[in-house]
Design a protein around this ligand. Structure first.
Ligand SMILES: Cc1cc2nc3c(=O)[nH]c(=O)nc-3n(C[C@H](O)[C@H](O)[C@H](O)COP(=O)(O)O)c2cc1C
Length: 158
């Protein structure tokens, strides 16, 4: 199947998580594209006027994953703006993923981020499977990252 991973990443962590998920999906035979969201100006927490530069078109894909860093306890405005601009994702299997850096409040922010992305994916008519969040301080825990990639790949098969 064709899989698109659309990622917003300010400092590079979430794109690395996307690459790891992408590699795992390739092992299952999926044809994977990873696209980084670019914005005009900065995407600051809670900003409402994010302008995306040539956002990727998901229409040709069977699987669409949306990735975001946790910004201000929720998904980044760029990641949310991307999903808000789409018209529908009917018939596609989707999941969110996120990275975060605050050890305590961070877990709540990550849950909120995944929930917001999932909510937007569902509102677009997608079949949404549970996503994954990755704590990322001085790098990811490699075992946890491998397990997270495994879980996403396995949920997308069901
Ligand atoms: C503007 C900004 C706001 C952030 N807010 C949070 C937060 O609320 N909770 C958290 O756990 N991490 C927060 N972080 C840390 C990022 O979520 C974390 O470093 C993430 O891995 C960055 O992903 P990226 O490198 O793909 O941008 C914030 C980082 C930035 C730059």
């Amino acid at each position: 199947m064709k899989a698109l991973l659309v990622v917003h990443s300010k400092t590079g962590h979430t794109i690395l998580f996307a690459r790891a998920i992408g590699e795992r999906l390739r092992e299952d035979g999926h044809d994977v594209d990873i696209k980084l969201l670019r914005t005009k100006g900065a995407s600051r927490p809670y900003s409402r006027d994010v302008e995306l530069i040539r956002p990727p078109d998901p229409s040709e894909y069977d699987i669409v994953l949306a990735g975001s860093p946790v910004h201000g306890g929720t998904a980044s405005p760029a990641a949310l703006a991307y999903l808000e601009e789409l018209e529908n994702l009917k018939g596609k299997r989707c999941a969110p993923f996120a990275t975060f850096a605050l050890p305590f409040g961070g877990f709540g922010g990550c849950r909120r981020t995944l929930a917001r992305l999932s909510g937007k994916l569902e509102a677009l008519g997608a079949t949404v499977v549970e996503g994954e969040g990755m704590f990322w301080m001085f790098g990811p825990n490699k075992t946890r990252m491998r397990e997270a990639c495994e879980r996403i790949a396995s949920r997308l098969k069901q």
